[in-house]
Design a protein around this ligand. Sequence first.
Ligand code: RB5
Length: 147
Amino acid sequence: MKIGIAADHGGFELKQKLHSYLLTQGHDVIDFGATELNSADDYPDFVVPLARAVAAKEVERGIAVCGSGVGASVAANKINGARAALINDHFSAHQGVEDDDLNILCLGGRVAGNMLAQELVQSFLAARFTAEERHLRRLKKVQQLEK
Ligand code: RB5
């Protein structure tokens, strides 16, 4: 799968670890930065380009990391077509895709440990939107807000 990743300084270390992990899993990884640890950088500078790429379907899914995952989700959701959520549990990692067509997983580099983050990523990437009528109906109501 073609996966985009992005992080500010708060998520940089976890992003680097996830990048390596995704490669071992055979994914094609597009890294939207940061490319180096800079404690003065700002998450929108990396997360917004990632969200635009997900919305444009240039990548199939996105993973955005900041310190808490909050700023990343707030920024990503400003982009039409991006459906981002801060996830810290296994159930939401797959159910968010299955029911809500989540396309960007947001993680907190200062919150989630490496192994938890890996498992959340695995669960998120393995999940598929069910496209059941009730979920499509709800998604359409959300998409109406983008017009
Ligand atoms: C940066 O210090 C931190 O505020 C940011 O990474 C993130 O946690 C924002 O939600």
